[in-house]
Design a protein around this ligand. Sequence first.
Ligand code: MSP
Length: 520
Amino acid sequence: MNKQFFITTAIDYVNGQPHLGHAYEKIVADVIARSRRSLGQETFFLTGLDEHGQKIQQAAQAEGKSPQAYCDELAVDWKAFAKKLELTNDDFVRTTEPRHKEVVQAILTKLHAAGQFYRKTYRGFYSTKEETFLTDKDRRPDGTFDPAYGEVIELEENNYWFKLREQQQWLIDYLEKNPSFVAPDHRRNEVLGFLKNNELEDLCISRPAARLNWGIPLPFDKDFVTYVWFDALVNYISIPAAHGDATVLSALKNSQPSTLNPQLSLWPADIHVVGKDIVKFHAVFWPIMLKAMGLPLPKQILVHGWWQKDGAKISKSTGNIVDPIAVIDEWGLDAFRFYVLRELDIGPDGNWTDAGFKSRYQAELANGLGNLINRSLSMLKRYRNGVVPAKHDELAAAAAKAADETRALLKQNQLQSALQSIWGLVTRANQYVDQTKPFSLAKDPAQARRLDEVLYNLTETCRVLAVLLWSFLPGTAVKIYAQLGLTSAPDKLDNVTWGGLPAGHKIGEPAPLFPRKEER
Ligand code: MSP
């Protein structure tokens, strides 16, 4: 049984509506998932929702709803959002589902029995917004706490704590021996720097039910619920367990009801895609939790940057937001997917501007790709009644170069560079039209043969582009194939090889892919 390529996203807090940052992360993971499938790898893509904790409890209260009813309502919007983005996720986890809660409790039982937890009374500062205890180390130079922590209160509480201190050295060694465990490099260096310069504090994994009851009860002490991050991280293995993953089930010693599925092997995850604000949870707490459970570590934590809009933080309260749904409704999903992937490499921070969005739409989609496909197919229709002429190889080398580069870049998750390489071919083919001037050739019967050659090169380039674009702009790729009169899907990179269109094949109807928009 081959292991599937297993990719996950962070699970979003269910309160609030999806914004640009959530959309970006999910699209990045979707492109990687699609590209692995297109490269021939069996793939499992998981995304979902984080539904427990104080934030959610308070938001539900504010609306006069029970937390579960509140989550159920919002989950409908989030699932619809995943569909709107055309995510190819194989499952969608909600942390309030029994299949997830059972695994969290099985793990807690196991770690408790293994002596990993202890009780301690802690008196100190607590951020209710972040649901976390703060120490003096978290103070800013002027003595205050970052406003991101919201209201900070003084609290004395007796809780269960998870021993992290003793785990510090192996984790440092692991990060040093496995340079690709956290990517990009500078994020790994940050984690290493943090681990080398600070003593790891033990992690408080419970919250008294008397103060906060919207959580998973500790199986060994009903007066407490599970800390929301301990609960949330477990989604990466609870869903494999629910699907019958042998590795996870054997670590849980079958203490929960899923049955083994011999056809499936997910854990360890190949990639956890996460934002830069939650690296510590994924690169420090999560590996330590996994080691304590006796499970292998994920292969990579792939960290993306944060989007701003017009150079300022995205924030609902200031109204500085990008509403992905509105953009998609106005410009189409693929225009949105294209802009975020082309504008921002995985790693640095990005800046959304409406002008930048429109300019890429106009230049790269409407005048670049859209124009190439539309004029190529329209000319074939007009001059050859839509029938593909004999194979000719003038653009074959350019197509092969783009294909080889794209394959290699996709294997390294270099999505932005892959798009640049694909656009190299778009530009080359548009230049080819300008140089060969098929519209002039068509006027001279003596040039009929040359026109056939040019039209083959252009039509076949359109087909190659559809295959290369499939992971990024799936709707566009499918439309190009349909306009080419092909009934198969452009979803396998092996089909990128030049010469796929046979002579005599009749194409379908050309139609503009990215209509030019009037300036308003
Ligand atoms: N629920 C936790 C994650 C638990 S994972 C086991 C969480 N949720 S979140 O809704 O706040 O954020 C979800 C993801 O969206 C995170 O990876 C976060 O970095 C990302 N983003 C939130 N705002 C963002 C931007 N402005 N830009 C890019 N990504 C951003 O954290």
